[in-house]
Design a protein around this ligand. Structure first.
Ligand code: 5GP
Length: 191
């Protein structure tokens, strides 16, 4: 998506060899016009598969999930909640996700009533790195008997293995901007 690629080029910062900081428009300050276009781009890619809901994980996935759900015709957004405690009540689906940016393991949970069996689910997140978050969300869908119709990510770090892992597992993955590498703090972004 041209506008997102341009924003990553103009404002994205590389930290070390593997962290991409896009606080200017995606993760801290949110460019609302850009987020609306992100939703439209995901809808253009996935809406023909008729998702029943958009699934993401709090907190940074929610904005893109919301604009996507609106662009898909005002379908619901369900966001998995993070918790470090093992608080299984029987009313939730739960999986474990290792957080790339925080270096901790989170338990992500969704109340069973919000992820109905047989529903078609579009997963949306802000970043794809090692694929942990997306795999954790897919696992919640597997537990629910819901179908993952696609995975949309705003920014993919193509030098990390998440994309390939998800494609190898049979998922339709679509990234709107791809960072190919980081050199001296500068991002190498695919055209
Ligand atoms: P993964 O689970 O694919 O390893 O990492 C994706 C998740 O970690 C996303 O939900 C995102 O919030 C966070 N993340 C991973 N890498 C980055 C990064 O370079 N920058 C930012 N801002 N978030 C990241």
């Amino acid at each position: 998506m041209k506008e997102l690629v341009e924003a990553v080029r103009a404002h994205g910062i590389g930290i070390g060899t593997d962290i991409v900081k896009v606080d200017m428009f995606l993760n801290h300050r949110m460019d609302t016009e850009l987020y609306v276009k992100i939703g439209q781009a995901f809808a253009a890619e996935f809406a023909q598969k008729k998702p029943d809901l958009v699934l993401t994980v709090e907190a940074s996935g929610i904005a893109g999930a919301l604009t996507t759900a609106i662009a898909c015709g005002n379908i619901p957004v369900v966001f998995a909640k993070k918790s470090r405690t093992r608080n299984v009540t029987g009313d939730v689906y739960e999986s474990r996700v290792f957080s790339f940016t925080h270096g901790v393991e989170n338990h992500i949970r969704v109340a069973k009533q919000y992820l109905p069996e047989g529903s078609k689910v579009l997963i949306v997140d802000d970043f794809l790195a090692n694929g942990e978050a997306a795999e954790g969300l897919c696992e919640l869908c597997r537990q629910a008997g819901a179908e993952v119709i696609g995975i949309g990510v705003c920014v993919e770090k193509s030098f990390q293995p998440g994309h390939q892992k998800l494609v190898d597992a049979g998922y339709h993955v679509h990234a709107l901007a791809k960072v190919l590498g980081i050199e001296d703090g500068k991002l190498i972004v695919e055209d």
